[in-house]
Write a protein that binds this ligand. Structure first.
Ligand code: PLP
Length: 368
């Protein structure tokens, strides 16, 4: 038996512990902007739906209840302009799906999966779990004529950069993949958080024309509805691919708990709480953005999503260290790919009080 964990990269967050300890020692305490974990309340209507469904003695449906399936399809039609016949499937948050999708779709040794050059680390984890090979590339020309490519991940809005892929780019990726029989998977868990531009789903009619062959979109309620603790996500798109995922997940027991399924229906049929949460993040983003710019940072991309992608044009660990000595913890760009070693990622997920404290601290010179 070989340890599967040995195929995986080192868990990078351990490397941040020394900076965390320095930041924690700052008078007034740490402002932790390193992780994108929601801090605001779960909407009352969602908590009520969870409580109302708490008497759930039987096994839930892997495919999701008819109400949940209808809520997902309705949300995709309304919010993502996806008007065709979609396959939909709830997932236990989206991270597990990202980590297991290549395996669940039969990608394996000898196959190649393309991931963005700077990206959420779990795409690579999933490829390694499947025993396949990773290529990091942002353009189709950079991929070249490699016939071993089976799957391509895109992520718009991007974690960590906040970059948004325009409709023409999405269309080109879909056309390119269809010509080659490659599956396109678009991680869209920040789609509700556009600031300077409105993100477009790969499932939108202007991208696919209602034909989802070879295309999947991955969504999460963690950020839009503060449901990271519930583990609530879904995948949608090509009915044949979704059917394949369902067939394997049923056998493997990858089932969303019934009370969480009920809570998801409440979250997906209400956009008021999403607008309220967006407003909170917009205000924190303005405060942090102007404080960072005044402190000499340049902000790259960051047109959508939950992060500011910032640089002082120095090694990311030097920046992490400087910020830690002001009591602020940021994530080093190096966590997201070799091309990101001069950026840090600043999350908007801290209370208004902590964000104001960060802004005050950034007003002091960031000397060595
Ligand atoms: C790009 C991206 N995809 C997926 C996830 C997983 O989110 P969850 O498992 O909470 O749905 C995250 C979490 O930060 C993310 O940034």
């Amino acid at each position: 038996m070989s340890a599967l964990s040995s195929a995986l990269p080192d868990f990078p967050w351990d490397l941040l512990e020394p900076a965390k300890a320095i930041a924690a020692g700052y008078p007034g305490g740490i402002v932790d902007l390193s992780v994108g974990t929601p801090v605001d309340p779960v909407p009352a209507s969602v908590r009520q739906a969870l409580a109302d469904a708490s008497d759930s003695p039987g096994y839930p449906l892997t495919a999701g209840t008819p109400r949940l399936r209808a809520a997902i399809a309705g949300w995709l039609a309304r919010e993502c302009r996806a008007s065709g016949e979609l396959g939909v499937l709830p997932t236990i948050g989206s991270k597990e799906l990202v980590a297991w999708l290549p395996t669940l779709l039969g990608v394996g040794p000898g196959d190649v999966v393309v991931i963005p050059s700077v990206c959420y680390p779990t795409y690579e984890v999933g490829v390694r779990l499947a025993g396949a090979e990773v290529i990091r590339a942002d353009s189709l020309t950079a991929i070249g004529p490699d016939r071993r490519v089976k799957l391509i991940w895109i992520n718009s809005p991007s974690n960590p950069t906040g970059k948004v892929l325009p409709v023409e780019h999405l269309r080109k990726v879909v056309d390119w993949a269809r010509e080659r029989g490659v599956t396109v998977v678009s991680d869209e868990c920040y789609v509700s958080l556009g600031w300077d531009t409105t993100p477009v789903s790969v499932l939108a009619d202007e991208v696919t024309g209602g034909d989802y062959t070879g295309v999947l979109a991955v969504h999460s309620l963690s950020k839009r509805s503060n449901l990271a603790g519930y583990r609530a996500g879904f995948v949608a798109g090509d009915p044949a691919l979704v059917g394949e995922l369902l067939a394997v997940r049923k056998h493997a027991g990858m089932i969303v708990p019934a009370p969480v399924q009920a809570a998801m229906v409440a979250a997906l049929t209400d956009e008021t709480h999403v607008a309220q949460q967006r407003a909170r993040y917009a205000s924190r983003r303005d405060t942090l953005r102007s404080a960072l710019v005044k402190a000499g940072f340049e902000i790259s991309f960051s047109e959508a999503g939950l992060y500011l992608w910032a640089t002082r044009d120095e090694d990311c660990w030097v920046t992490v260290d400087r910020l830690a000595r002001r009591g602020i913890l940021a994530a080093p760009g190096a966590f997201y790919g070799p091309a990101a070693a001069r950026h840090v990622r600043i999350a908007l997920t801290a209370s208004d009080e902590r964000v104001a404290a960060a802004a005050d601290r950034l007003a002091e010179p960031l000397t060595d």
